[in-house]
Ligand binder design. Structure first.
Ligand code: FE
Ligand code: ZN
Ligand code: FE
Length: 183
């Protein structure tokens, strides 16, 4: 966690008091963290799409890649509202989740539904990490009186939840069954 203080925000919040600058700094650092994570996903999602065999899975990943580019842009909107220059701070969690996904691809055979199952498992861990992050940060933005920021984060939260549901559908409708047949 970064401990140096940042410059004063260019907005006023509903609340005041000594605790607030530290809380705002924690919030801003968390935005920098998820900004790194989203940018990292823009790089890793095409690799997962390439590794997928099922057309439904490849299409789901491709659609979420487009959404993820929108998540990056939305976070840039958040930085603007905060009066802070966009800055990515390495997200150790997302780096690890992405590595796990790549490890699953390496340890499964190309062209198999088993690999697709692994890609879905890894992808849903990513979505749940994002859901946890955006859920918490939406609440925190509201607490800080940053309603416009909360609105942007809530829009992304809804898309992350949709992505998770679509992955569940792809698994249940075809991929899991095909992988069980393969065994
Ligand atoms: Fe995202
Ligand atoms: Zn993180
Ligand atoms: Fe996502």
């Amino acid at each position: 966690m970064e401990t140096k203080s940042t410059s004063a925000p260019k907005f006023s919040t509903k609340t005041s008091g000594r605790a607030e600058p530290a809380l705002l700094e924690l919030f801003t650092d968390s935005i920098k963290d998820i900004y790194w994570a989203e940018k990292h996903l823009v790089i890793t999602l095409p690799k997962m799409k390439e590794a997928a065999t099922s057309k439904e899975l490849a299409a789901a990943i491709d659609e979420h890649l487009t959404q993820t580019q929108g998540h990056v842009a939305r976070l840039e909107g958040v930085f603007t509202l905060l009066g802070v220059a966009p800055q990515a701070k390495k997200c150790d969690a997302m780096e690890g989740l992405a590595k796990e996904g790549e490890g699953i691809v390496e340890s499964t055979e190309a062209g198999t539904a088993t690999r697709d199952v692994g890609i879905i498992l890894a992808s849903q861990k990513v979505e749940h990490y994002e859901i946890a992050t955006y859920g918490g940060l939406t609440q925190l933005a509201t607490t800080l009186g940053l309603d416009e920021v909360a609105d942007l984060l809530a829009q992304t939260l809804a898309e992350e939840k949709d992505a998770d549901l679509i992955l569940t559908e792809v698994a249940e409708n075809s991929v899991n069954y095909k992988a069980a047949e393969e065994a």
